[in-house]
Design a protein around this ligand. Sequence first.
Ligand SMILES: [Zn+2]
Length: 237
Amino acid sequence: MRGSLWEEKESNLSQRNRALPYLLLALSIAIYSCAHPARPRGPQAAGVYHIVTRGLTLWRIARAYGVELERLAEVNGIEDPTLIKTGQRLFIPGATRVLKIEPYRPPITLTARFIWPVKGRVTSSYGYRKGESHTGIDIGAPRGEKVVAARDGVVIYSGKGFSGYGNMIMIEHEDHTVTLYAHNTSNLVKANQRVKQGEPIANVGSSGRASGAHLHFEIRVGNNPVNPLLYLIDSKE
Ligand SMILES: [Zn+2]
């Protein structure tokens, strides 16, 4: 018995000796990579840069590359998806080549009809307030009140990844105009979901930078906000 125990010990030792060169190799590789930090590897690090050309919106670019709008914004440190500039360099994670994306040509006149997303009084109008531009209207409504889609469309964003907006939904319509609904207590629809005009999409709240329950509502033509009051019609019409 003693003999076999000894033999076992010896074989363990020799195994360790055999492993030593590999250990040293691994160690030197580790030291080398510390001294020479390689480019970050893995699927997240792969991607291309896309230069924003005139008429391009963040959601148009996100869709062309098949990247989630929120992820594209996050990777590029964009806090407001509606604020991207011509000439801006965007990193497109996961993309292997730069795509040519047709610019958006806004309709000369907006003939589409948008219904009020929630019934209420306009508590803050479109335009400049306290030296800051307000890119939509605020509609005061009780917390929890249903917010409905202003027009038929496809949800291009539903989440709370953009600072200030809280729970937010963006819907793209047939003519590529986009409506935006912010500060919701909860969102009822998901990205890529098709919605009908008048369909409930969220509940009124005060999430994000908001004082009191209200809906912050925007209509975007390309990247440019327009005054929603010029396009909203009574749903009974
Ligand atoms: Zn607002």
